[in-house]
Design a protein around this ligand. Structure first.
Ligand code: ATP
Ligand code: MG
Length: 136
């Protein structure tokens, strides 16, 4: 087992729905440690940069509008296989396809408003953690 760090974001719909605590509880219950947490509202530039890999996709503009629509809660999660573990806790991108018991299946409304983000690799986790927590 390798100790990893990953970045989680509780997206604007999650904050709006009062499920910050519920999401953090699920991370902790699964054995992940919260090493940093910060609430902030992304600027358009920040959201565009964060989701730059999706630039040009049909949902990109809408995704940026949604991600800047309210505050988000970014956190650094640490633990064995944290990247994959967090992705398992989140469930599939589309809540309709997410497994029962996952955050997205239980709490999300749509493929866009899907409550949480999680880094998809150790490499991207490093970049994303630096983006929100330059001091960590
Ligand atoms: P995230 O990167 O947010 O953790 P993900 O890795 O499961 O989610 P990606 O394919 O990276 O999914 O898409 C990034 C985000 O863009 C999704 O979480 C969702 O908010 C939005 N998105 C993805 N696909 C679609 C789509 N087909 N229509 C609308 N929004 C989408
Ligand atoms: Mg992704």
């Amino acid at each position: 087992m390798s100790q990893e760090r990953t970045l989680s974001i509780i997206k604007p719909d999650g904050v709006q729905k009062n499920v910050i605590g519920e999401c953090l509880r699920r991370f902790e219950q699964a054995g992940l440690k919260i090493a940093g947490v910060r609430m902030l509202q992304l600027s358009k530039n920040q959201a565009e940069e964060f989701y730059a890999v999706h630039r040009g996709r049909p949902f990109y503009e809408s995704l940026v509008t949604y991600m800047t629509s309210g505050p988000v809660v970014a956190s650094v999660l640490v633990g064995d296989n944290a990247v994959l573990k967090n992705r398992e806790i989140m469930g599939a991108t589309d809540p309709k396809k997410a497994a029962p018991g996952t955050i997205r299946r239980d709490l999300a409304d749509s493929i866009e408003a899907n409550v949480v983000h999680g880094s998809d690799s150790v490499e991207n986790a490093k970049i994303e953690i630096r983006f929100f927590f330059p001091e960590l």
